[in-house]
Design a protein around this ligand. Structure first.
Ligand code: PEP
Ligand code: MG
Length: 569
């Protein structure tokens, strides 16, 4: 069953289904003023007892250091003047029962919230609904849930699991949550995340088929639910669960430790990102900034080019989110596997060898200038660097830098602030650039090795073509020689050389790259703890020895076998 992964991790346990008793309209019309008065009083008493009940729960929670915010919201909503006035007004003017008045007023408030654009506010409809249900339960005690009996390893399953549901069970025994409705900011999601319990929300009607006692796997990372799994699937998820737990503890233990080898050499570990949210998430893995901000996503999935203002806001957010940590902003790398339909680029025989990245930008200067203006304007909000992709010769760097200088001049004459000392670097991802790294090093402040493209161009293997997938091989001795040359030349010219291709996050390559002299690795954030763990447990001397051994080898299987053997910890 597919849902929304609301809290990561894997839980395997037994289902306990939370049954909700639904309130019904009474349809009764009050016959006298005395009856009206009595219903208003019943309503007011119901609100008072609902508040008292929530306060009692809060007291026990405070005693156990539990989170009380959701309950504070409940008290506020129960005492909401608008809701109270509307209900009393309905009873007195329409002569309906307290139950009917509460149901109608709450339903209207919920509909209004549901229609809002803001996802968070939409989810708050659940808070209002819950407050309403509390009052309804006081008016009709038969609606109160029967006490849930949970045993060890319980997976709670329900329509929408409310804080009240969670508080009414022995939460220590609950290892997973699953709901039919709700999104990432629903209560179930918030509570699950706060407690580190895997959760899948918004599973839809299919969830009705789950019965109490069913064996359930909750995969909160993938948003998947498996009910009564086969032994094979159970084994698969047991292994996944173990891997997740190992990763989580490695992550926690290493997050705030800097990567230093046993002989004291400092290595920087950064994250590849596409926006400010990715950057924020990467800090949980200990990222020290970003070695690659792919700006393409900002241009994709829309019908027109983003304006300078839109781009400025985007880069500014990233710079602010980074909080002083460096972020390498790569200029547009469109074409090849990343089409942009609204540019109407002509179809090509060999898109990867064609009109892409810096080639488009040097041709369509309007696009390039707009992006450079936006990046430069945002550069006063943090440590942004500029990186040009797909460089194959010196002339492209000269042209790109000349345009950058023009943009700086224009900003200066308009007194628009920007970081005049902004660093400029290039991706090394075309073999010619890797071979003449010594020449290119003089032109820029830094290199970043893009192994994804470097590998495809060096080996003449389309990185998207399934048929030649087996030939795509970053450990090919030819590719390794190119990488080694780039690192050596970069280090010789004393500017920093990073790597942002997938190889930077591959633990099999870590010791070899360290031995080659690489000191900056940028990767998908989740890989950082693993790479860091290796760095913390090796010396540069050992890594250099590993590098010498590998560079004398002739074939990939031999290299990988050796690297895996020396990498085992
Ligand atoms: C690369 O080519 O290695 C790289 C990081 O860039 P992309 O994958 O975006 O082409
Ligand atoms: Mg690339």
């Amino acid at each position: 069953m597919k849902g929304i992964g609301a809290s990561p991790g894997i839980a395997i346990g037994k289902a306990v289904v939370v049954e909700k008793k639904r309130p019904r309209l009474t349809g009764v019309t009050l016959q006298s003023e005395a009856e009206v008065k009595r219903e208003v009083l019943r309503f007011e008493q119901a609100v008072t007892s609902a508040v008292a009940e929530v306060e009692a729960v809060m007291d026990t929670l405070v005693a156990h250091d539990g989170p009380t915010e959701v309950l504070e919201i409940q008290i506020e909503l129960l005492q909401d003047e608008q809701i109270i006035t509307d209900v009393v007004e309905k009873i007195t003017s329409e002569h309906v029962t307290a139950t009917d008045a509460v149901m109608e007023v709450i339903a209207a408030a919920v509909t209004t919230l549901h229609n809002l654009d803001d996802a968070y506010l939409r989810e708050r409809a659940a808070d209002v609904e819950e407050a309403g249900n509390r009052i309804l339960m006081e008016l009709d005690p038969t609606l109160k849930p029967s006490e849930l009996i949970v045993s060890e390893n319980t997976i709670l399953i329900g329509e929408d699991i409310t804080p009240m549901d969670i508080l009414s069970v022995d939460i220590a025994k609950v290892i997973g949550l699953v709901t039919r409705t709700g999104g990432k900011t629903s209560h179930a999601a918030i509570v699950a995340k706060a407690r580190g319990i895997p959760a899948v929300v918004g599973c839809g009607d299919a969830l009705a088929s789950v019965r109490g006692g069913d064996v359930v796997i909750v995969d909160g990372s993938e948003g998947m639910l498996v009910v009564n799994p086969t032994t094979e699937i159970l084994n698969e998820y047991t292994a996944k669960k173990k891997a997740f737990t190992t990763q989580a503890s490695a992550l926690n233990a290493l997050k705030d430790i800097v990567a230093v080898t046993t002989d004291g050499v400092r290595v920087k570990l950064m994250a590849n990102i596409s926006n400010a949210a990715d950057l924020e998430a990467s800090f949980a893995f200990g990222a020290e900034g970003s070695g690659l901000l792919r700006t393409e996503l900002l241009f994709m999935g829309r019908n027109t080019l983003p304006t300078e203002e839109e781009q400025f806001e985007f880069y500014k957010n990233v710079a602010l989110q980074a909080g002083g940590k460096p972020v390498v902003v790569r200029t547009l790398d469109i074409g090849g596997d990343k089409p942009l339909p609204y540019l109407h680029l002509p179809a090509e025989q060999n898109p990867f060898l064609g009109y892409r990245a810096i080639r488009i930008c040097l041709d369509r200067k309007d696009i390039f200038i707009t992006q450079l203006r936006a990046i430069l304007r945002a550069s006063v909000f943090g440590d942004l660097k500029i990186m040009f992709p797909m460089i194959s010769n010196v002339s492209e760097i000269e042209q790109a830098k000349a345009i950058l200088e023009d943009v700086k001049t224009a900003l200066r004459s308009a007194s628009t602030p920007y970081n005049a000392a902004i660093e400029v670097g290039i991706m090394i991802e075309i073999p010619s650039a890797a071979v003449m790294a010594d020449l290119l090093a003089r032109e820029v402040d830094f290199f970043s090795i893009g192994t994804n493209d470097l590998c495809q161009y060096t080996l003449a293997v389309d990185r998207m073509n399934e048929q030649v997938k087996h030939l795509y091989d970053p450990f090919n001795p030819g590719v390794l020689r190119l990488i080694q040359n780039v690192i050596e030349q970069g280090n010789k010219f004393h500017h920093h050389t990073g790597m942002c291709g997938e190889m930077a996050g591959d633990v099999t390559a870590t010791l070899l790259l360290l031995g080659m002299g690489l000191r900056e690795f940028s990767m998908s954030a989740a890989s950082i703890p693993y790479v860091k763990d290796l760095i913390l447990n090796t010396s540069i001397t050992a890594a250099q020895e590993i590098c010498r051994t590998v560079m004398a080898m002739r074939s990939t299987p031999e290299i990988i076998q050796y690297l895996q053997a020396v990498t085992k910890r």
